[in-house]
Design a protein around this ligand. Structure first.
Ligand code: PLP
Length: 451
């Protein structure tokens, strides 16, 4: 492999055969590179920049905390920043989700949450409950347990021998369901298929079910019907299975409510937060656990079996506190809901493009699904690399989107994900939709020319 793309750099880049624009500044919904080019951040990076770039209040809070107390071990001390973050997150979360365990990345928090679920059953005297159920397609992160729970083959293939077995249940993805979302009793679309699999596996062996309340990258912002999660919650209750809501992407307001689950009116046993929790100013994630779960651990071993040097980190927690305060003061979740309606509405115009099969989502999270044939919903062949080309074209036009490919069982599938900062304006939404239309046109021309 040639490294000619970056002869003067020692960075071990994530993609080794492309050149990266060098960004020097972010402000509001925009990024600026060293050449003076401006990019509209249509995906908040990787669904992270919820409050916008360059917010000085967060920078000030970070600096102040770092100067006062940057770090102590979470095993020895507590401090104001973690106490304040935990109190605010617990206030925002429903039911008895009262205890907050801060970490850095979403993958770490997924790992920790699943381990806590296993530890709960061990300490509750039910050691047989050890299996994890996860949806397919889904994405829960890239460390080994989180990747085991994810059903994204391109990430898994090289590491298959290292992954732990996780039982797969079909995710809500009506666009690609056999019923096309039209049969109200379809077992996949109602969630009933989950119970069939639980019964065949033996409920007494299952510790937890992890799922994304609104689909992320893997199902392109598919939104289940209103009673879907209520049914799943009832199934979990019937079979004594802990429900883990992976809100790494959908939480912290992204879908127009604090959590993606909120409109479904149920409370999970564990909620995982990440990405936008500190708006991208620092990496911050958290496991939010129910009082019931924590009581069992407290009465049992009294220790969480997930020790990490940087959990409960003071500077990271302070950034989280400042971000949540900024969101509250500026009513940004309400703004996300209102602008989300504008976004979802305006994006519909893209359906007139012959390559757009579906546009869907909630709040400021949207998925555009590309297909070779709108009638049959046949995807492009994986070799066409449609989503990647689309994102590259969008970037050239000055728009950042998040591409996602190969999510379907046969390794095909192309999505562009949209998740702008909550401060986006109607005018910027219109600009974004125009650029998306142009990028689709260009990509279609290129794909057709290559055939
Ligand atoms: N869970 C979901 C739903 C995600 O979308 C992601 C990342 O995209 C993760 C977990 C993993 O988070 P991280 O990349 O911060 O490890």
């Amino acid at each position: 492999m040639s490294t000619d793309h970056y002869p003067e750099s020692h960075v071990f880049y994530r993609k080794l055969t492309r050149t990266y624009p060098r960004v020097v500044r972010g402000e509001g919904c925009y990024l600026y590179d060293g050449q003076g080019r401006r990019y509209l951040d249509g995906s908040g990076g990787a669904y992270v920049v919820n409050i916008g770039h360059g917010v000085s209040e967060i920078a000030d809070a970070l600096a102040c905390q770092a100067a006062t107390l940057a770090y102590v071990s979470g095993t020895v001390f507590t401090h104001d920043a973690v106490e304040e973050l935990a109190a605010e997150v617990a206030r925002l979360c429903p039911g008895d989700l009262d205890f907050v365990f801060p970490l850095g990345s979403g993958s770490e928090a997924v790992e920790a949450g699943l381990k806590m679920a296993r530890q709960y059953w061990l300490e509750a005297g039910r050691p047989a409950k050890r299996k994890v159920l996860a949806f397919g397609p889904s994405y829960h992160g890239n460390t080994l347990l989180a990747m085991s729970a994810s059903s994204r083959e391109p990430y898994r293939t090289a590491f298959h021998d290292w992954l732990v077995p996780v039982i797969r249940v079909p995710a809500f993805y009506s666009y690609h369901c056999r019923c096309r979302g039209k049969e109200p009793l379809c077992p996949r679309c109602t969630g009933d298929a989950v119970e069939q699999i639980i019964l065949s596996e033996g409920p007494e062996t299952i510790a937890a079910l992890i799922g994304e309340p609104v689909g992320g990258s893997s199902t392109g912002a598919s939104v289940p019907p209103p009673d879907y999660w209520r049914r799943i919650r009832a199934i979990c209750d019937r079979h004594e299975i802990l429900l883990v809501a992976d809100e790494v992407l959908t939480g912290a307001g992204r879908t127009g409510t604090w959590s993606g689950l909120e409109p479904f009116g149920i409370v999970p046993d564990l909620m995982i937060l990440g990405k936008g929790l500190a708006g991208g100013y620092v990496p911050l994630s958290a496991v939010v656990a129910s009082r019931r779960l924590v009581s069992v651990l407290a009465a049992g071993s009294g220790t969480v079996l997930h020790a990490q040097t940087f959990s409960h980190h003071a500077t990271l927690c302070a950034a989280g506190v400042a971000t949540l305060e900024y969101i509250r003061q500026h009513r940004l979740i309400e703004r996300c809901a209102a602008m989300g309606q504008v976004l979802q509405d305006r994006l519909q115009v893209l359906r007139s493009s012959p390559v757009v099969g579906d546009v869907r989502g909630r709040g400021l999270l949207a998925g555009i699904e590309f297909v070779a044939d709108q009638t049959t919903r046949q995807p492009f062949p994986a070799s066409a690399r449609f989503a990647d080309s689309f994102a590259a074209n969008a970037l050239e036009l000055g728009l950042v989107v998040w591409p996602n490919a190969n999510q379907l069982e046969d390794g095909t599938g192309d999505l562009a994900m949209i998740a702008p900062p909550f401060i986006i304006t109607e005018e910027q939404i219109d600009q974004m939709v125009d650029l998306l239309g142009l990028a689709a046109e260009r990509t279609l021309q290129q794909v057709t020319a290559r055939r």
